[in-house]
Design a protein around this ligand. Structure first.
Ligand SMILES: *Cc1c(COP(=O)(O)O)cnc(C)c1O
Length: 223
Protein backbone atom coordinates (compact mmCIF):
# COMPACT_ATOMS: atom_id res chain seq x y z
CA UNK A 1 0.00 0.00 0.00
CA UNK A 2 1.39 3.33 -1.05
CA UNK A 3 -1.36 5.50 0.38
CA UNK A 4 0.05 8.78 1.56
CA UNK A 5 -2.11 11.38 3.34
CA UNK A 6 0.37 14.06 2.30
CA UNK A 7 -0.61 13.86 -1.37
CA UNK A 8 -3.06 16.79 -1.09
CA UNK A 9 -0.40 18.94 0.60
CA UNK A 10 2.25 18.05 -1.95
CA UNK A 11 -0.15 18.77 -4.81
CA UNK A 12 -0.97 22.18 -3.37
CA UNK A 13 2.73 22.97 -3.05
CA UNK A 14 3.42 21.90 -6.65
CA UNK A 15 0.50 23.99 -7.92
CA UNK A 16 1.86 27.03 -6.09
CA UNK A 17 5.31 26.48 -7.61
CA UNK A 18 3.77 26.11 -11.09
CA UNK A 19 1.84 29.36 -10.64
CA UNK A 20 4.99 31.17 -9.52
CA UNK A 21 7.07 29.79 -12.40
CA UNK A 22 4.42 30.76 -14.97
CA UNK A 23 4.09 34.24 -13.49
CA UNK A 24 7.87 34.69 -13.51
CA UNK A 25 7.89 33.77 -17.21
CA UNK A 26 5.01 36.18 -17.92
CA UNK A 27 2.88 33.25 -19.02
CA UNK A 28 -0.85 32.81 -18.37
CA UNK A 29 -1.79 30.97 -15.14
CA UNK A 30 -3.44 28.19 -17.19
CA UNK A 31 -0.64 27.89 -19.76
CA UNK A 32 0.55 24.52 -18.46
CA UNK A 33 -1.13 21.25 -17.57
CA UNK A 34 0.11 19.27 -14.57
CA UNK A 35 0.24 15.55 -15.32
CA UNK A 36 0.42 13.65 -12.04
CA UNK A 37 2.54 10.58 -12.79
CA UNK A 38 1.16 7.74 -10.67
CA UNK A 39 3.22 4.82 -12.02
CA UNK A 40 3.93 2.13 -9.41
CA UNK A 41 1.40 3.72 -7.01
CA UNK A 42 -1.98 2.13 -6.49
CA UNK A 43 -5.50 3.35 -7.18
CA UNK A 44 -5.75 4.68 -3.62
CA UNK A 45 -2.97 7.18 -4.32
CA UNK A 46 -4.75 8.33 -7.49
CA UNK A 47 -7.96 8.55 -5.45
CA UNK A 48 -6.25 10.82 -2.93
CA UNK A 49 -5.09 13.10 -5.76
CA UNK A 50 -8.58 13.10 -7.28
CA UNK A 51 -9.99 14.20 -3.94
CA UNK A 52 -7.47 17.05 -3.98
CA UNK A 53 -8.85 18.18 -7.34
CA UNK A 54 -6.25 16.64 -9.66
CA UNK A 55 -7.77 15.26 -12.88
CA UNK A 56 -4.86 14.58 -15.26
CA UNK A 57 -2.71 11.50 -14.63
CA UNK A 58 0.26 9.89 -16.33
CA UNK A 59 1.30 6.26 -16.55
CA UNK A 60 4.23 4.68 -18.33
CA UNK A 61 2.83 1.18 -18.84
CA UNK A 62 -0.32 0.27 -20.75
CA UNK A 63 -1.00 -2.84 -18.70
CA UNK A 64 -0.68 -1.06 -15.36
CA UNK A 65 -3.05 1.70 -16.49
CA UNK A 66 -5.64 -0.80 -17.77
CA UNK A 67 -5.81 -2.36 -14.33
CA UNK A 68 -5.77 0.83 -12.27
CA UNK A 69 -8.20 3.26 -13.87
CA UNK A 70 -11.56 1.70 -14.90
CA UNK A 71 -13.27 2.25 -11.54
CA UNK A 72 -11.63 5.66 -11.03
CA UNK A 73 -12.81 6.77 -14.47
CA UNK A 74 -16.33 5.54 -13.79
CA UNK A 75 -16.44 7.71 -10.66
CA UNK A 76 -14.68 10.67 -12.34
CA UNK A 77 -15.67 10.91 -16.03
CA UNK A 78 -13.47 14.01 -16.40
CA UNK A 79 -10.32 12.07 -15.47
CA UNK A 80 -7.68 12.37 -18.22
CA UNK A 81 -5.05 9.70 -18.70
CA UNK A 82 -1.72 10.24 -20.49
CA UNK A 83 0.71 7.53 -21.64
CA UNK A 84 4.26 8.80 -21.04
CA UNK A 85 6.21 5.54 -21.40
CA UNK A 86 7.36 3.62 -24.48
CA UNK A 87 4.63 1.98 -26.53
CA UNK A 88 5.00 -1.32 -28.38
CA UNK A 89 3.25 -1.45 -31.73
CA UNK A 90 1.29 -4.53 -30.68
CA UNK A 91 -0.19 -2.53 -27.78
CA UNK A 92 -1.50 0.30 -29.99
CA UNK A 93 -5.06 -1.00 -29.73
CA UNK A 94 -5.04 -1.06 -25.92
CA UNK A 95 -3.29 2.31 -25.79
CA UNK A 96 -5.88 4.02 -27.99
CA UNK A 97 -8.67 2.48 -25.91
CA UNK A 98 -7.10 3.45 -22.57
CA UNK A 99 -5.40 6.83 -23.00
CA UNK A 100 -6.54 10.38 -23.81
CA UNK A 101 -3.02 11.35 -24.82
CA UNK A 102 0.09 9.47 -25.97
CA UNK A 103 3.44 11.24 -25.50
CA UNK A 104 5.74 8.62 -26.96
CA UNK A 105 5.10 8.35 -30.70
CA UNK A 106 8.56 7.91 -32.21
CA UNK A 107 8.58 5.64 -35.26
CA UNK A 108 6.71 4.99 -38.50
CA UNK A 109 5.41 1.53 -37.58
CA UNK A 110 3.82 2.92 -34.43
CA UNK A 111 2.37 5.88 -36.35
CA UNK A 112 0.76 3.44 -38.79
CA UNK A 113 -0.62 1.25 -36.00
CA UNK A 114 -2.05 4.23 -34.10
CA UNK A 115 -3.55 5.72 -37.26
CA UNK A 116 -5.25 2.41 -38.10
CA UNK A 117 -6.63 2.01 -34.60
CA UNK A 118 -7.83 5.62 -34.44
CA UNK A 119 -9.58 5.24 -37.80
CA UNK A 120 -11.19 1.98 -36.68
CA UNK A 121 -12.48 3.28 -33.35
CA UNK A 122 -12.96 7.00 -33.99
CA UNK A 123 -11.00 7.67 -30.80
CA UNK A 124 -8.53 10.54 -31.12
CA UNK A 125 -5.96 10.62 -28.33
CA UNK A 126 -3.81 13.74 -28.34
CA UNK A 127 -0.44 12.78 -29.83
CA UNK A 128 3.07 13.95 -28.94
CA UNK A 129 6.20 12.90 -30.79
CA UNK A 130 9.04 12.00 -28.44
CA UNK A 131 12.39 13.45 -29.44
CA UNK A 132 15.64 11.92 -28.14
CA UNK A 133 17.25 15.34 -27.63
CA UNK A 134 20.43 13.85 -26.18
CA UNK A 135 20.74 11.28 -29.01
CA UNK A 136 21.21 8.58 -26.35
CA UNK A 137 21.50 5.14 -27.97
CA UNK A 138 19.41 3.37 -25.32
CA UNK A 139 16.64 5.95 -25.20
CA UNK A 140 13.34 6.02 -27.09
CA UNK A 141 12.41 8.95 -29.27
CA UNK A 142 13.13 10.09 -32.78
CA UNK A 143 16.61 11.58 -33.26
CA UNK A 144 16.58 15.38 -33.48
CA UNK A 145 17.85 15.42 -37.05
CA UNK A 146 15.05 13.07 -38.10
CA UNK A 147 12.26 14.91 -36.28
CA UNK A 148 11.10 17.21 -39.08
CA UNK A 149 10.83 14.35 -41.60
CA UNK A 150 9.05 12.10 -39.09
CA UNK A 151 6.53 14.83 -38.26
CA UNK A 152 5.86 15.34 -41.97
CA UNK A 153 5.42 11.58 -42.39
CA UNK A 154 2.94 11.42 -39.48
CA UNK A 155 0.91 14.15 -41.12
CA UNK A 156 1.21 13.31 -44.82
CA UNK A 157 1.45 9.51 -44.83
CA UNK A 158 -0.57 8.58 -41.74
CA UNK A 159 -2.97 11.53 -41.53
CA UNK A 160 -2.15 12.08 -37.86
CA UNK A 161 -2.61 15.43 -36.15
CA UNK A 162 0.38 15.92 -33.84
CA UNK A 163 -0.19 18.24 -30.89
CA UNK A 164 3.43 18.69 -29.88
CA UNK A 165 6.74 17.23 -28.78
CA UNK A 166 8.01 15.45 -25.68
CA UNK A 167 11.52 14.88 -24.32
CA UNK A 168 13.35 13.32 -21.38
CA UNK A 169 16.79 14.95 -21.06
CA UNK A 170 19.77 12.70 -20.26
CA UNK A 171 20.01 12.29 -16.47
CA UNK A 172 23.59 13.56 -16.38
CA UNK A 173 22.88 16.74 -18.37
CA UNK A 174 21.68 20.18 -17.35
CA UNK A 175 18.09 20.04 -18.66
CA UNK A 176 17.60 23.64 -19.88
CA UNK A 177 19.42 23.27 -23.24
CA UNK A 178 17.33 20.17 -24.01
CA UNK A 179 14.10 22.01 -23.25
CA UNK A 180 15.16 24.96 -25.40
CA UNK A 181 16.15 22.58 -28.22
CA UNK A 182 12.77 20.82 -28.07
CA UNK A 183 10.97 24.18 -28.14
CA UNK A 184 12.98 25.17 -31.20
CA UNK A 185 12.08 21.95 -33.08
CA UNK A 186 8.41 22.44 -32.15
CA UNK A 187 8.42 26.04 -33.29
CA UNK A 188 9.86 25.38 -36.74
CA UNK A 189 7.24 22.65 -37.19
CA UNK A 190 4.35 24.84 -36.08
CA UNK A 191 3.61 22.77 -32.97
CA UNK A 192 2.34 24.44 -29.81
CA UNK A 193 2.42 21.70 -27.16
CA UNK A 194 5.62 20.86 -25.24
CA UNK A 195 5.68 17.91 -22.81
CA UNK A 196 8.81 18.50 -20.74
CA UNK A 197 9.82 18.82 -17.13
CA UNK A 198 9.60 16.36 -14.23
CA UNK A 199 9.82 16.63 -10.42
CA UNK A 200 13.39 17.93 -10.45
CA UNK A 201 13.20 20.41 -13.30
CA UNK A 202 9.61 21.43 -14.05
CA UNK A 203 10.19 25.09 -13.18
CA UNK A 204 13.02 25.28 -15.72
CA UNK A 205 10.74 23.60 -18.28
CA UNK A 206 7.94 26.10 -17.57
CA UNK A 207 10.37 28.98 -18.07
CA UNK A 208 11.20 27.51 -21.49
CA UNK A 209 7.61 27.02 -22.64
CA UNK A 210 6.42 23.65 -21.31
CA UNK A 211 2.67 23.19 -21.76
CA UNK A 212 2.59 19.74 -20.10
CA UNK A 213 4.79 18.85 -17.13
CA UNK A 214 5.03 15.26 -15.89
CA UNK A 215 5.47 15.20 -12.13
CA UNK A 216 5.57 11.95 -10.18
CA UNK A 217 7.71 11.62 -7.06
CA UNK A 218 7.17 15.23 -5.90
CA UNK A 219 3.45 14.38 -5.58
CA UNK A 220 3.26 10.69 -4.73
CA UNK A 221 6.61 10.16 -3.00
CA UNK A 222 9.69 8.25 -4.04
CA UNK A 223 9.32 5.03 -5.97
C1 LIG B 1 8.39 8.63 -14.20
C2 LIG B 1 8.34 9.65 -15.25
C3 LIG B 1 8.13 11.00 -14.95
C4 LIG B 1 7.99 11.52 -13.53
O1 LIG B 1 9.24 11.53 -12.93
P1 LIG B 1 9.45 12.17 -11.46
O2 LIG B 1 10.90 12.47 -11.43
O3 LIG B 1 9.01 11.15 -10.49
O4 LIG B 1 8.63 13.40 -11.42
C5 LIG B 1 8.07 11.90 -16.00
N1 LIG B 1 8.21 11.49 -17.30
C6 LIG B 1 8.40 10.21 -17.63
C7 LIG B 1 8.54 9.84 -19.04
C8 LIG B 1 8.49 9.25 -16.61
O5 LIG B 1 8.70 7.96 -16.96
Amino acid sequence: MNFDPDIADRLAAIRARIAAALAAAARAPDAACLIAVAKTFGAEAVQAALEAGQRVFGENRVQEAMGKYPALRAAHPDLELHLIGPLQTNKAKEAVATFDAIHTLDRPKLAAALAAEMARTGKRPKLFVQVNTGSEPQKAGVLPEAADAFLAECRDVHGLAIAGLMCIPPVADVPAPHFAFLAQIAKRNGLSALSMGMSGDFETALALGATHIRVGSAIFGSR
